[in-house]
Design a protein around this ligand. Structure first.
Ligand code: UDP
Length: 455
């Protein structure tokens, strides 16, 4: 429902420039725009070079990160990218805010991803109110918070970890930056620094929903006024209240839609395994081969997303033999695929977006986490929400073909699979309920909009 007087209130959103961070914040922007706010999303020139200037009533504006031609891949290291992004980005973001001030529609609030902390300072220079928008699960944030505040000492000693609001965790359930302490210096800073300004912002938003992370949300909400606003999945897949909201709308990879949708249309309900490891993770050649052979020997149909940069790792047998039951694509509209009745399960790296999309569409998962927050998401998929199984690694850290085949059989053919399907359906209902009229996330969004109008 549109709020009275909302059109005059202009909000600026600034996501971390990666697909998995843009999608949830852009989606949230669309929801705000549907409630009548004027919304602009700023992202890097490199990302919008393909010419996006508006997505479902959200205006898209470019700023410079210092790598306009090559983006993050053009930087020599993640540290170097972060440094230049801060220097060039803060000036460029300030210039956008200034330009907007003189246009007569100044920004009132900056919503930023705390994976980058400096936008807070930029907003304060111009007297904007601030909202930080957490794009990962509350459970992961609780771990990072605990490390930051010394409630969990590092390197973490096992065999298990017990923290408020969380199930008992084995070390391999922890986010990889914590589990392999010291392994990713640039990233550990990012995830721990997320909390730098949280005490000073006006709003703390998080892409999850109350029932999904009930206990840990209660714990974190005692510390920060965290408001759930998720799952940020396009409206057509959930409450259907936002017109024409069918896709995220800003994609960094190309796909050829016609091949895989036609292919899916020919399959029986629940017969296809969808496989994707998201927009960043890269697997080794040996692992790719084991997945390929496991999928083929499972004897089920499969649709596998292998990004262009990963294609050369596919086993030649898979490339050369005409696949009888499999289709490999470079990218797809994941939501459209997950929503297709032919899809019976999702072999996923458990990125937070993929996880919440799968939950929202009621698709059982085979969790194959790779790094960062994915281990923890996998733990919840299997043990808390009971919507999937998790693969076991061998002593070399590889998931063997037999293991893939067995997990597929367990979900697609076994009794446990039936139970998991029922649970997945239950979570789909709860996800819709959260964002629908009267739902917990919808209520928080409406309160956020109302308080921006009063501010
Ligand atoms: N995605 C997509 N098509 C693909 C693979 C992924 O549209 O072929 C989308 C997916 O729907 C999700 C995002 O890319 O919204 C990936 O985010 P996630 O948090 O799952 O993983 P990340 O890429 O950040 O590791």
């Amino acid at each position: 429902m549109k709020e009275e007087g909302a059109e005059g209130t202009h909000v600026l959103a600034f996501p971390f420039p990666a697909q998995g961070h843009i999608n949830p914040l852009l989606q949230f922007c669309k929801t705000l725009a549907s409630k009548g706010l004027k919304v602009t999303l700023a992202t890097t020139f490199f990302i919008i070079k393909s010419g996006h200037n508006e997505v479902n009533n959200v205006r898209v504006e470019g700023i410079s990160d210092g790598f306009d031609e090559g983006g993050i891949d053009a930087a020599k290291s993640p540290e170097m990218y972060a440094e230049r992004f801060q220097v060039v980005g803060s000036e460029s973001l300030a210039a956008l805010i200034e330009k907007q001030e003189s246009s007569g529609y100044p920004f009132k609030c900056l919503i930023y991803d705390p994976a980058i902390t400096w936008p807070f300072e930029v907003a304060k220079r111009f007297g904007l109110s601030t909202a930080c928008f957490f794009t990962q699960s509350c459970a992961n944030d609780a771990i990072y918070y605990s490390v930051k505040k010394g409630l969990l000492s590092t390197p973490v000693q096992g065999p298990t970890v017990s923290l408020p609001g969380l199930p008992i965790l084995e070390l391999h359930d922890l986010p990889s930056f914590i589990y392999y302490w010291g392994s990713y210096p640039a990233f550990i800073d990012i995830v721990l620094n997320q909390f730098d300004n949280v005490e000073n912002v006006d709003y703390v938003l998080i892409n999850t929903f109350d029932k999904l992370e009930d206990e840990v949300l209660k714990w974190m909400s005692n510390i920060y006024p965290m408001k759930t606003i998720g799952p940020t999945v396009p409206s057509i897949y959930l409450d259907k209240r936002v017109e024409d909201d069918k896709d995220y709308g800003l994609r960094l990879f190309e796909s050829r839609k016609e091949t895989y949708m036609d292919w899916l249309n020919m399959r029986e309900a629940g017969s296809v395994i969808y496989v994707s490891f998201g927009s960043i993770s890269g697997l080794g050649e040996e692992q790719m081969e084991e997945i390929a052979l496991g999928l083929v020997s499972s004897n089920h149909y499969f649709l596998w997303v292998v990004r262009k940069s990963e294609e050369n790792k596919l086993p030649t047998s898979l490339v050369e033999d005409k696949l009888e039951k499999g289709l490999v694509v470079a990218w797809c509209s994941q939501l459209e695929v997950l929503a297709h009745k032919a899809v019976g399960c999702f072999i996923t790296h458990c990125g937070w977006n993929s996880t919440t999309e799968s939950l929202s569409l009621g698709v059982p998962m085979i969790a194959m986490p790779q790094w960062t927050d994915q281990n923890m998401n996998a733990k919840f998929v299997v043990d808390v929400w009971e919507v999937g199984v998790r693969v076991k690694l061998d002593e070399k850290g590889i998931v063997r073909r037999k293991e893939i085949e067995e997990c597929v059989k367990e979900i697609m053919e076994g009794d446990r699979g039936e139970k998991i399907k029922r649970n997945a359906f239950r979570w789909k209902v709860l996800a819709k309920e959260a964002v629908d009229e009267g739902g917990s996330s919808n209520k928080n969004i409406e309160e956020f909009v109302a308080s921006l109008l009063c501010a």
